[in-house]
Write a protein that binds this ligand. Structure first.
Ligand SMILES: CC(C)(COP(=O)(O)OP(=O)(O)OC[C@H]1O[C@@H](n2cnc3c(N)ncnc32)[C@H](O)[C@@H]1OP(=O)(O)O)[C@@H](O)C(=O)NCCC(=O)NCCS
Length: 279
């Protein structure tokens, strides 16, 4: 799955309460969704990733393996890592994982010729500042576009009305060189897209990632970071998606469910409960 990116079998292979003991602090995922997110993060940070199983020992409850990871580093050089992994298996599915490096990552000699990775090896998430304003406007223009229509101008009403105010939560994804690669925020749109049971407005998420860096897990990381920030203040996060926007797949994977009609002829309202885990 790390080599191919095909995670369609994760639900069959990983238990509902699967735990990865290598998970970062504050990680709020578990089960197959946790593994899928780890695969996406790994593939976003390690270009042309391939993983080879060098040794594998299996009994009824455990799998131990020695793996070699080959990928292209940020400067284009080929890098090799070796890891030792241990899985606990229960009822035919993976229930726990432990792992660690068995050797420090090293550059592979004689491997040249791959172009440098464009600005991306690891993504950081941080709050936006005033200096990010132009980038946020650009992301708002991207978030407004429908299919292959031209981007609306920066001062178009549909762009201006979705920009975050000072009271809204807005975060930015940056590459390791500090360059901005994507943004997400919530805001309160008038008219409100969704209301919670007590009648209060559900904050509405806006998200976009630089076009040449899509499909590498940045959108997923932004959604999860924003949901984490919202969980202490709101019961849910909402969004409006065009019926034919491929992003709808991402939203479903990230725990959003259709919650009613959205804006316009093809708009769908989706909602992610912030108190539940993503499944
Ligand atoms: C939607 C978006 C923020 C996702 O960011 P991302 O970094 O590509 O997301 P991830 O890599 O975590 O997930 C990939 C998923 O994003 C979606 N996606 C990928 N490329 C996309 C594109 N060009 N346009 C829209 N969605 C795209 C797909 O659902 C994809 O999942 P798939 O592999 O099953 O097809 C990004 O694609 C984007 O900026 N799209 C244009 C703006 C937009 O549509 N914003 C949302 C308005 S509701």
């Amino acid at each position: 799955m790390f080599s191919s990116g095909d995670v369609s079998k994760a639900g069959d292979l990983f238990a509902e309460d699967y735990v990865d003991h290598q998970r970062p602090d504050g990680w709020d995922l578990a089960g197959p969704a946790e593994f899928v997110t780890i695969v996406r993060h790994a593939r976003a940070g390690m270009r042309n990733l391939s993983v080879e199983v060098n040794d594998c020992l299996v009994d009824e409850r455990r799998v131990a393996a020695r793996l070699t990871w080959r990928y292209q580093d940020e400067d284009g050089s080929a890098t090799v890592r070796e890891t030792l992994e241990m899985l606990r298996v229960a009822n035919g599915r993976v229930a726990e994982h432990w792992g660690g490096e068995s050797a420090a990552p090293r550059r592979e000699s004689g491997q040249v010729g791959l172009p440098p990775v464009h600005r991306l090896s690891r993504v950081e998430i941080r709050p936006i500042t005033e200096d990010d304003r132009d980038f946020v406007v650009e992301m708002a223009r991207q978030a407004c576009v429908i299919e292959d229509r031209p981007l609306p101008p920066a001062d178009a009403p549909e762009v201006v009305e979705i920009l975050p105010t000072a009271d809204d939560e807005a975060i930015l994804a940056t590459a390791s060189d500090g360059s901005r690669v994507g943004a997400a925020w919530w805001h309160f749109h008038d008219p409100v897209l969704l209301r919670s049971d007590d009648g209060s407005a559900v904050p509405e998420m806006i998200i976009a990632v630089e076009s040449d860096l899509r499909g590498r897990g940045i959108g997923t990381a932004l959604i999860n970071a924003l949901a984490e920030r919202g969980a202490s203040s709101f019961p849910a996060l909402s969004l409006n998606v065009h019926l034919r926007n491929p992003a709808a797949r991402l939203y479903t994977r990230a725990g959003f469910r259709v919650a009613g009609r959205g804006r316009g002829w093809f708009g769908v309202a989706m909602e992610r409960r912030l108190t539940d885990q993503v499944r």
